[in-house]
Design a protein around this ligand. Sequence first.
Ligand code: 13P
Length: 251
Amino acid sequence: MRRKIVAGNWKLNTTLQEGVKLALSLNELVGKGVPENVQVIVAPPFTHLTEVRKVIGNKTGLAAQNCSAQKSGAFTGEVSAEMIKSAGAGYVIVGHSERRNYFNESDLDLSSKVINAIESGLQPIFCCGEKLHEREKSIYTEVIKKQVHLGLFDLDAEHFKKVIIAYEPVWAIGTGKNATPEQAQEIHQYIRHLIEEQYNSDMADNTTILYGGSCKPSNAREIFSKDDVDGGLIGGASLSADDFYSIINSF
Ligand code: 13P
């Protein structure tokens, strides 16, 4: 059975103290139980990783929000996948649309980041998703295909097994306007079809594909009920332990 995941992307929010407090509150709730086969993950800012690791139980996963395309050396301000792993994380978000759009991360950069992450023992949570004008022009499947091909499909099958995918339509992120469950299902099924074409049907069946974009307690249940939706990558709502826990319990 495919693993379900609910991951909270805190983005550029919380001081270290606020982040630890949020992690403690979440840990208390998660301690009451989470649905079977659901992996909870939190992705705080880099500066919080080691402290958050100390307060979340070992059942909760820890992710960074980005990693360098470089391994080491004279790259001031960068944080490598290996450093993230050594801070106690098991996952890293790669290719979030905010990184693609505000920091001009190219498909080539993202492919290197994915490889570095996997070689360092991290599971990449690889994001893809179309912008509003691409949806309106009905070219969204081409956009997703290109992102997934260039970012992931150089991986051999053993490496690809480590990949988690998040479909995050840019027009739904932080806008309060979520994709409908049917729109999410259409793309998740399409991504699974791309994986089947590139690898095989087992790989397609076993890859966890998350939905992200204005996912909240009021819509998570309906979105997660779709066959090819295996959970969510949650932004704003993950900053409230109660809301995030309620989303976790939407399965
Ligand atoms: P929101 O849930 O705030 O729309 O953000 C989604 C997201 O970008 C998660 O990575």
